[in-house]
Design a protein. Structure first.
Length: 293
């Protein structure tokens, strides 16, 4: 990734300071080694062939296939023969701030927030763009690429706008496949914000229900209807992603990290982390250890 706003520490890819979005094509031959990211990635196959390897297994790739990976998810490409991937990467801070509104949109909320956590996807979504969506998607990627050398201070709105158009294009395809329902109930959104704002708190359904003035059983039904998960399972996904980030970007002992995300019982933390990432917390830190930035 020479001459690009991405740097590598260990086997973790980071943005160069000041970067919020990047789009660019990459051609892989043979194997592109195992790695993880500190940012969101949308990988669109635009040429060649290869195999994608992740915790979900190995998947043969074809032109039009698209993979969304949340921060912390590990993957690699194998058996590549002129495999061309058009990557679109964007920072987690951008999603939490300028794109926070996407959580309330039925399609974009599913694409970025709930879909990758539901159905045991462990932080990933895969889909296939039909020819019309593929053409539209590449157009938006080219637009983002053309903005790469423009000063962020003058073109931030253009960049975020073009990214939003690309995300909407992808989200429509995912929405058609997964038959998504309407707008997410406000209580579900409020519950997400509350749990994410204080992950170390020993949350219970009763706590959430009392805070939202809803019966716990009704809140569970609302949550599962919107996300496919009950509230505590969603919290677990958030905690494990937060723990992965702290394993790679802090020197905190693993026991302290477990406590900081709401799992003071180290045996339970170990089970939850390995269930999500397929690696123990210590193995994850060792394999993807980033030099301290």
């Amino acid at each position: 990734m020479a001459d690009e706003p991405v740097r590598t520490s260990g086997t973790v890819l980071h943005f160069v300071d000041g970067t919020v979005v990047h789009a660019g094509p990459h051609v892989h031959e043979g194997t592109h080694p195992l790695h993880t990211h500190s940012f969101f990635e949308l990988a669109l196959v635009v040429g060649g062939e290869g195999v994608h390897h992740s915790l979900a297994g190995r998947r043969q790739l074809a032109v039009g296939d698209l993979i969304l990976l949340r921060p912390g998810v590990w993957h690699e490409y194998e058996e590549c023969r002129a495999l061309e991937i058009y990557n679109c990467c964007f920072s987690a801070d951008l999603v939490r701030h300028e794109l926070a509104w996407t959580r309330e949109d039925p399609l974009l909320g599913y694409l970025l927030w709930t879909g990758p956590f539901s159905a045991q996807r462990r932080g990933m979504l895969t889909t296939h763009l039909d020819p019309a969506a593929f053409t539209e998607g590449v157009e938006h990627l080219d637009g983002l690429r053309q903005l790469r050398d423009q000063p962020l201070s003058r073109h931030r709105g253009d960049i975020i706008g073009r990214l939003s158009l690309y995300l909407s294009c992808v989200a429509r395809t995912v929405g058609e496949r997964d038959d998504l329902r309407g707008r997410t109930h406000s209580a579900v959104l409020d519950a997400m914000w509350m749990m994410e704002a204080d992950p170390a708190r020993p949350w219970t359904l009763t706590d959430l229900g009392d805070a939202l003035h809803l019966a716990p059983g009704y809140l569970v039904r609302l949550f599962k209807s919107a996300t496919g998960l009950p509230p505590m399972a969603y919290l677990s996904r958030h905690r494990v992603e937060l723990a992965a980030d702290r394993l790679l970007h802090t020197d905190l002992p693993i026991s302290r990290i477990g406590e900081s995300v709401g799992w003071p019982d180290q045996n339970y933390f170990a089970r939850r982390f390995k269930s999500h990432y397929g690696l123990s917390a210590s193995s994850y830190r060792q394999r993807f250890n980033a030099a301290r930035l």
